[in-house]
Design a binder for this molecule. Structure first.
Ligand code: COA
Length: 379
């Protein structure tokens, strides 16, 4: 096989069709089932967006009522999941906890080996309802806090924050969280979604595919970038009383030094979007709302300083993880919980792709070009 046919990283390779989302880097747009993501973030709940991704259409009022009732009734942490989490060390990465929890949920699901469309949709909805309790409990146990039971009177986002912090979040915080959930939900054939599709293509089950996707999401070149952004902010130093201008100046100096050392700065750049990530303006709006709500202008200074210095030096634009990291920080989440939160959202996209892959399956099995030693023999 000749060298030219090798496409490292599958860059530029169109692997299959999908009707779930459309990423258009030229027009800087992202559509979920045809709807611009910023319109969905402005007007729809995460529950509605989940149903849109799974079924192809926004739900009617009665469909939404039925799903909301199911979701609210299925939020409690399964006792076997709690037992499995409790076996894991407090200093392991929360993504390891998330991966383990999904695996346990799969083993316990009554339809574990049933991959019919109805069973898959049921599993997707259950996972959607159950996963927030994993993230919330894991953050609490690391802070030596007791588990907080879910509240059926709160919607998905408000309940997620309730279970994590044990107090009702302000409406502005709930809304910023909802926006982040909508924006993170789906993004075509990214590494974790493709992983889920590869696993599904072997006719494996939904929970195995999601577990594998979590492994792919953990890496800092993918989902782990939102955590890495916060590490950058921490390295520069967050000084609560500092002015926006002073924080921006320190951030700019940090970025210039990092680029001089040829460092890759997390939260910038994208494999598909080369002129800016379509989700960033909406997520930046949510970050601005949190900066105003918590009165933390120095965070805006750090944000602007890094962005401007990167733009001036390399014209590389921020991706969604850049505004999402500091938003979750301001809400009170520990940094290593950011990627598990991403999972809670992306479960919708992954499971939609799993169902789409299964409905029109072909085993995903690329070729490789051998570049090892020539044939040789044992003499
Ligand atoms: N910081 C510094 N330089 C960067 C950069 C970043 N975040 N992202 C890209 N570049 C530079 C590369 O070093 C390269 O420069 P060179 O031509 O001088 O070698 C150039 O921009 C092209 O980048 P490349 O790595 O080819 O782009 P890619 O499409 O392979 O990579 C990412 C895309 C996402 C892997 C890459 O931008 C990255 O590592 N970003 C940080 C991780 C991140 O935020 N991931 C979340 C994605 S949603």
């Amino acid at each position: 096989m000749s060298e030219e046919v090798v496409r490292k990283g599958l860059a530029g390779v169109v692997a299959d069709y999908t009707a779930i989302s459309k990423v258009n880097p030229d027009s800087n747009s992202l559509l979920y089932r045809g709807y611009p993501v910023q319109e969905l973030a402005a007007a729809k709940t995460f529950e509605e967006v989940a149903l849109l991704l799974w079924t192809g259409e926004l739900p009617t009022e009665s469909e939404l009522t039925v799903f909301s009732a199911f979701e609210r009734a299925n939020r409690s942490m399964d006792s076997s999941v709690r037992a499995a989490i409790d076996l894991l060390p407090l200093d392991c990465h929360p993504m390891d906890v998330a991966r383990t929890a999904v695996s346990v949920l799969g083993a316990n699901h009554p339809l574990a080996e049933d991959s019919s469309p109805a069973a898959e949709l049921d599993k997707a909805k259950s996972l959607f309802a159950q996963f927030p309790s994993v993230v919330a409990y894991d953050q609490r146990r690391r802070r030596s806090q007791a588990l907080v039971e879910p509240r059926e009177d709160l919607d998905y986002s408000a309940n997620f924050l309730w279970m994590t912090f044990g107090e009702e979040a302000a409406p502005a915080v709930v809304d910023a969280f909802r926006v982040s959930m909508v924006l993170y939900a789906e993004h075509s054939f990214n590494a974790s979604t493709f992983t889920a599709r590869v696993i599904t293509s072997t006719l494996s089950d939904l929970h195995s595919a999601v577990t594998g996707a979590i492994g792919a999401l953990k890496g800092p070149l993918h989902g782990g970038a939102n955590e890495a952004v916060m590490h950058t902010f921490d390295e520069i130093g967050i000084r609560k009383e500092e002015s926006r201008e002073d924080a921006a100046a320190r951030a700019k100096a940090w970025m210039e030094e990092a680029l001089a050392q040829k460092k890759k700065v997390m939260g910038f750049g994208h494999r598909v979007y080369k002129h800016g990530d379509s989700r960033v303006p909406t997520m930046k709006g949510a970050l601005d709302a949190m900066i105003a709500h918590f009165d933390r202008p120095e965070i805006l200074g750090l944000y602007d300083g890094l962005e401007q210095a990167m733009d001036e030096a390399k014209a590389i634009k921020p991706n969604l993880d850049y505004p999402a990291g500091p938003t979750y920080h301001l809400m009170g989440f520990d940094t290593d919980m950011f990627t598990p939160i991403f999972i809670a959202s992306r479960i919708t996209g992954w499971t939609s792709h799993i169902m789409e892959q299964r409905a029109s399956n072909s085993l995903i099995r690329p070729l490789s070009a051998y570049n090892g030693v020539d044939e040789r023999h044992i003499d």
